[in-house]
Design a protein around this ligand. Structure first.
Ligand code: BG6
Ligand code: MG
Length: 213
């Protein structure tokens, strides 16, 4: 039994470890522009859309960039990222991810995906789990990146469920903030010291227990 009517999952870093591929692609791009890049800085980029992430990186660059140069750099990063994800398969599902999705389904709740990644449909396809979602938000139709609640509110609306009846699952600080701003219950995947706004934090979906929240 669950007090919720829907569960809305983030993708990168929750269902699969693409967060690591984003890290590698951004690191190469940042260093090509003379910007130091490490895991601590990358934490600020999780859940932030492509151009927003690029702006945060280039804020530390020694020079300024034209809008055309920025678009070219974003394309370079994305091509590298797409190369990294091109060999993904169901082997890249994080432990507990399929079990969590199946548990939500068995409990009769609706299932949504709220990722700001424009590669989300490709990644879901490579993982072989597209059919497990009732609704996947198309990031190309979202105007404001997390921490804005827009993407979670859109998912709830399309699933036909009130935000207060939704459980959101996120690994990013910005993502947890988006869930809370949407008026939902936030389940964090990661460390409580980092995801301080989350209602509950677990280390991975292996610990997912719908009836406990
Ligand atoms: C988010 C990731 O899910 O998607 C970010 O956490 C990433 O790291 C963002 O930048 C945008 O992804 P994409 O695939 O559209 O460049
Ligand atoms: Mg994420």
């Amino acid at each position: 039994m669950s007090r919720f009517k829907a569960v809305i999952f983030d993708l990168d870093g929750v269902i699969t470890d693409t967060a690591h591929y984003h890290y590698l692609a951004w690191k190469q791009l940042a260093e090509s522009q003379g910007v130091h890049f490490d895991h601590a800085f990358n934490e600020n980029l999780k859940g932030i859309d492509r151009m927003g992430s690029l702006d945060l990186i280039l804020a530390s660059a020694p020079r300024s960039y034209t809008p055309e140069e920025k678009l070219a750099l974003a394309d370079t990063k994305n091509l590298h990222y797409q190369e990294l994800i091109s060999t993904m398969s169901s082997n890249d599902l994080l432990p507990g991810a399929v079990e969590a999705l199946d548990a939500v389904r068995r409990a009769g709740l609706r299932i949504g995906l709220a990722s700001v990644s424009k590669n989300a449909f490709t990644v879901l396809g490579r993982l072989g789990i597209t059919d497990k979602f009732d609704y996947v938000v198309d990031a190309a139709t979202i105007a404001r990146s997390k921490p804005d609640p827009e993407i979670f509110l859109r998912a709830a609306q399309e699933l036909g469920v009130a935000p207060a009846d939704c459980l959101g699952v996120e690994d990013a600080v910005a993502g947890v903030a988006a869930i809370k701003a949407a008026g939902m219950f936030a389940l964090g995947i990661g460390h409580p010291f980092v995801l301080t706004e989350a209602d509950v934090v677990i280390t991975s979906l292996q610990q997912f227990n719908l009836s406990a929240y």
